[in-house]
Design a binder for this molecule. Sequence first.
Ligand SMILES: Nc1nc2c(ncn2[C@@H]2O[C@H](COP(=O)(O)OP(=O)(O)OP(=O)(O)O)[C@@H](O)[C@H]2O)c(=O)[nH]1
Ligand SMILES: [Mg+2]
Length: 442
Amino acid sequence: MHRGVSRDTIVALSSGQLPSGIAVVRLSGPRVQEVIAVFAGSLPAPRVARFGVLRLADGSPLDEGLTLFFPAPRSFTGEDCAEFHIHGGRAVVEALLRAICKIEGCRLALAGEFSRRAFENGKMDLLSAEATADIVTAETEAQRRFAAQNSGGGHAALYADWRSRLIHARAFIEAELDFSDEADVPGSVSQQVWAEVASLREEVEAHISGYSKAEILRDGFDVVLLGAPNAGKSSLLNALARREAAIVTPEPGTTRDLIEILLDIDGLKVRVTDTAGIRPTEGLVERLGIERALDRAREAGLVLVLEDLTAPLPIDGGVAKQQLLIGTKADLLDGRPVSSRYDHTISCVSGEGLQELLNTISGKAQSAAPRTGELIPWRLRHVELLAQCGRHLTAALNNTDAGLELRSEELRLASNALGRIGGAVDVEDLLNVIFGQFCIGK
Ligand SMILES: Nc1nc2c(ncn2[C@@H]2O[C@H](COP(=O)(O)OP(=O)(O)OP(=O)(O)O)[C@@H](O)[C@H]2O)c(=O)[nH]1
Ligand SMILES: [Mg+2]
């Protein structure tokens, strides 16, 4: 896929923020060997780190460090690549980058430019390029595991399989077109082809519906605290956050707006939202707060309805996907029995029941997230192309009056949409968008 244009040699700081113990300056392009010769003297053996003094063009020493050379095509980008591992001081890195950019044909890399070259040289498909970007930005253990799994090529294999089934279906239809005069392609064959397309459409749709799990992994499993004023919602939020995230007072109606905290529970991102206490009210601000609370609860993965065990005030929380009833202020019960209506009883004063509640939240979050090894589309870009594929399959299936040529063309378009996910079909227009989101040096 290399377009054969003469290319700049690109350079970037590929390690993190400066200052740091070590900084990795990475290069890719036709001038890499020349750059190594200038700064490190002779070329080191391929893929073997060599320690030595790095010198600027005028011979003055810059730093001591490692030099690595990855000759094309066995490199990340498929071009000649190099890495200098030097001390991570701002001035040191700055001096090296500046000196490299003075060499003709060398310049600083744009965001994602290394990965883009790797894609263009057939080193990775778009799916694994995106998964690599996700590994870099993963914040939780579950996100990291998911990104690592996505880079493994499972999606590419699935979409390739779907495309080959479509090619197969079209081959049968073309055959039917070619031999239709002779009527020797039995009608039942064509029936089978359409049955196969229909089942493929179901698979595509089931796959699309998995996207919500990817959203949970990325944006967090949504838990909303709901209850009458003074039920102890803000106290629970603070207990979960282990800090005073929300104001707590004995006055009912303290919280007016949504207050969110992010937790990492057993490696999963969980977003807990505290809300205004639900009650009939004349106050405009409070009423708007209550509306927000109910709206949020409708979209939540889990709603915890809190009730003060010493003064239970049931609320009408509307319909949530999953709801648990939590009795609060258990420390005030003085041994009085608790109604079995409650899924959990807790006290933010004594801490009782909090760990059990956390375990329940963790369990619900885990079951809403993708299972290990489960293949789901994890970006909106994929979902849009899958939906496009589904629409073309539907058109092919439903337009029974349209003639086989047109219906076969719909199958071709469906297959193209799948091809665009991994980058097998023209995606030039997409590349700037996709790789532009990567960080510099990646
Ligand atoms: N003894 C005891 N008091 C609690 C407990 N949790 C909350 N409280 C008290 O109950 C009162 C109300 O607590 P909040 O957490 O502000 O209740 P809220 O549900 O956020 O109330 P609004 O924001 O007004 O809707 C405060 O005085 C808290 O100190 C608890 O577990 N035990
Ligand atoms: Mg509150």
